[in-house]
Design a protein around this ligand. Structure first.
Ligand SMILES: Nc1ncnc2c1ncn2[C@@H]1O[C@H](COP(=O)(O)OP(=O)(O)OP(=O)(O)O)[C@@H](O)[C@H]1O
Ligand SMILES: [Mg+2]
Length: 387
């Protein structure tokens, strides 16, 4: 039993709890921070930012394990605030402030200041923000991706393997930014117009892909090869690869505000609200497809060297084959709302346990969690769940 926690009257810690509670800073960008951005940003520029209630939910979850928490806005003062507040570890939710690898900015700063943090490191956060680079890496590993082409100038000639209808989106955004019903283009004129719009408004390359007309899924995972040693729930993790892959969640956009497209407008609706897509988890699909989607999510995560948590978006093509769309190395964590949280909920995993495992896995990378003895081996529960 951890003495310091016992004295403070906290509930008994899990058996691999740290010797003393940690001082954890949750780093995030909160909606309303527009002054930090250049004046000419698009209307959906803050879509990736978190609501303060999400940050409070993360803090509350961490505090249930006896730790102290503080929220630090990931603004331009962050380098100074961190050195003043001196957290022992950061729970990273920061989106970064512009540039071609904004989601990697805060991890880079934390590496520089040698402050432990959760989730993916610099390189994976930079790569996953860039959908073109991500797809090039996946294609190199022979993972299934729809044919694609990046437009930087706007009048590049269209490669012959790209047949209409096509899908056009900003190469480096999230939360459906720059994605609406007009993202699907049926001919050359519509393509040129949309590419020019993305280049002008989002000031970044436009990624043009074959339109994937089938069903849409998203698959979250947590863990890594040695998660069983450090997790509060070693029984969650697969014996072989060490991940816990959540059941696929299906997004049914057919009746949403943007039929067929999981757009920024659709993502902004509450679950169950008029105009919101349908969310089904576990997706109503054959076990073989469910296994395939989960396998692809693991391969996609490993290929770009994401760490501890991610969510991969997948859509079926016209032939019904799953194609990887993108990977989110900083997935949303709003309880009862974000896709990853809905997936955990569908399995009966409590929000606080999800958050604490992400924290423990992160902390273990800096030697803050004692390794658990691994014998006898715990049998995987992932395989059983997907049957
Ligand atoms: N090639 C495609 N074919 C059909 N639909 C697509 C394609 N690419 C993207 N979409 C649609 O656009 C949505 C948003 O695209 P994508 O997942 O790449 O962007 P995002 O804004 O980064 O998403 P997230 O909120 O998950 O970060 C997808 O969920 C899907 O509905
Ligand atoms: Mg997506």
């Amino acid at each position: 039993m951890n003495e310091s926690l016992e004295k403070e009257g906290e509930k008994p810690p899990s058996h691999n709890a740290p010797r003393k509670p940690w001082f954890v800073a949750v780093l995030a960008n909160i909606k309303g921070e527009k002054s930090e951005l250049p004046p000419d940003v698009p209307a959906d520029a803050l879509a990736d930012y978190d609501h303060i209630e999400t940050i409070q939910a993360i803090q509350a979850a961490i505090e249930t394990d006896g730790h102290k928490t503080v929220f630090i806005p990931a603004d331009r003062n962050l380098p100074y605030t961190l050195q003043e507040i001196k957290p022992e570890i950061c729970f990273n939710m920061a989106e970064g402030l512009g540039g071609d690898a904004r989601e990697a900015q805060v991890p880079a700063l934390l590496e520089m200041l040698r402050i432990p943090y959760t989730g993916s490191r610099v390189m994976a956060n930079a790569i996953s923000l860039d959908k073109t680079l991500t797809k090039r890496i996946w294609r190199d590993r022979r993972l299934p991706v729809a044919p694609f082409q990046e437009f930087i100038i706007g009048d590049e000639s269209l490669r012959p393997e790209l047949r209409f209808p096509l899908f056009v989106k900003p190469a480096r955004e999230g939360t459906g930014m720059g994605v609406d019903a007009k993202a699907v283009v049926a001919n050359e004129a519509e393509l040129r117009e949309r590419v020019k719009y993305i280049l002008a408004v989002y000031k970044q390359p436009a990624l043009v892909e074959t339109f994937l007309s089938g069903r849409e899924f998203t698959v979250g995972l947590i863990g890594r090869w040695d998660s069983k040693k450090y997790s509060r729930h070693p029984e969650w993790y697969d014996e072989k690869h060490g991940y816990h892959v959540f059941p696929a969640l299906e997004l049914d956009s057919s009746r949403s505000v943007t039929p067929g497209v999981y757009s920024n407008a659709a993502k902004s609706k509450e679950v169950g609200e008029d105009g919101a897509p349908g969310y089904t988890c576990p997706a109503d699909i054959k076990p073989e497809l469910a296994r395939k989607l989960q396998h692809l999510a693991v391969r996609a995560h490993m290929a770009i060297k994401a760490i501890d948590v991610s969510r991969t978006d997948i859509r079926l093509n016209a032939e019904g084959e799953p194609m990887l769309i993108e990977l989110n190395s900083l997935p949303g964590l709003t309880p009862g709302y974000s896709d990853l949280c809905l997936e955990a909920q569908a399995e009966g995993i409590a929000y606080q346990d999800l958050i604490l495992d992400i924290l423990y896995l992160g902390a273990s990378r800096w030697g803050m969690v004692e390794a658990r003895e691994l014998s006898p081996p715990v049998k995987s529960s992932v395989a059983a769940r997907t049957k």
